[in-house]
Design a protein around this ligand. Structure first.
Ligand code: GTP
Ligand code: MG
Length: 214
């Protein structure tokens, strides 16, 4: 992409995310999904990794998506309409992998997420969020395999970058890159973000717009 085209895309992304964004609905199961009439970008990741916070940071709103310290707060697929006229939808997915989760809840999560990922033609990309302090865990590998199998391309996003020293962040970035390279649907570019300081947020907005248009 030329420098002029890059700048134009960045400006388009900035404007889009500064404009109208509205909560559309919560879907506790497949029959409740909205009509597939816009490209979707889904946010996945362990409970408490910062999915809802990242959504708020991207959209520059304080409480568009509900955040909390209680793991498992988001239990449904939450859809947010971006742009008027509608350009794309952001999907906040329920978090996985917290210790106290009852077995039937884990089962429900697996079915809901698997069905959604496999059957959704308008799903253009997933973002798999990984806590910068912890790196990839077994439960993250599980969803990466689900995405590989469903052939949904995804970006890994290292969250809470403000919580680790730059040297530690560099190390986790390297090991995450090495592992991502082994996954067919993982995009080679990994984002590092902080919803606190806003670092990496503009870059991610651009990537979302690019993925939605692809
Ligand atoms: N310092 C820092 N804290 C963050 C960041 N992102 C999220 N947090 C905090 O981490 C906690 C969990 O954030 P959420 O956005 O609710 O996490 P979630 O992934 O949506 O969690 P579930 O809905 O339970 O799956 C909250 O206390 C946030 O304030 C970040 O970039 N930096
Ligand atoms: Mg959440």
């Amino acid at each position: 992409m030329s420098e002029a085209a890059e700048l134009e895309l960045a400006e388009k992304a900035r404007k889009l995310f500064a404009g109208p964004i509205n909560f559309l609905k919560s879907a506790p199961g497949l029959p409740f999904l909205p009509d597939p009439d816009a490209p979707e970008i889904a946010f996945a990741g362990r409970s408490n990794v910062g999915k809802s916070s990242l959504l708020n940071a991207l959209t520059n709103r304080k409480a568009l998506a509900r955040t909390s310290n209680t793991p498992g707060r988001t239990q449904e697929l939450n859809f947010f309409d971006v742009g008027e006229p509608l350009q794309l939808r952001l999907v906040d997915m329920p978090g996985y992998g917290f210790a106290e989760a009852p077995k039937d809840m884990v089962k429900r999560w697996r079915f809901l997420v698997n069905d959604y990922l496999r059957g959704r033609a308008v799903l253009k990309r997933a973002l798999v969020l990984v806590d910068s302090r912890h790196g990839l865990k077994e439960v993250d590998r599980e969803i990466m395999h689900m995405l590989d199998d469903a052939a949904v391309s995804y970006h890994l996003v290292l969250t809470k970058g403000d919580k680790v020293k730059p040297s530690a962040l560099g190390a986790i970035y390297e090991t995450t890159m090495v592992e991502a390279a082994k996954h067919p649907a993982a995009h080679p570019f990994i984002f590092t973000t902080s919803s606190e300081t806003g670092s990496g947020i503009a870059e991610l907005r651009r990537a979302i717009l690019e993925a939605a248009a692809s």
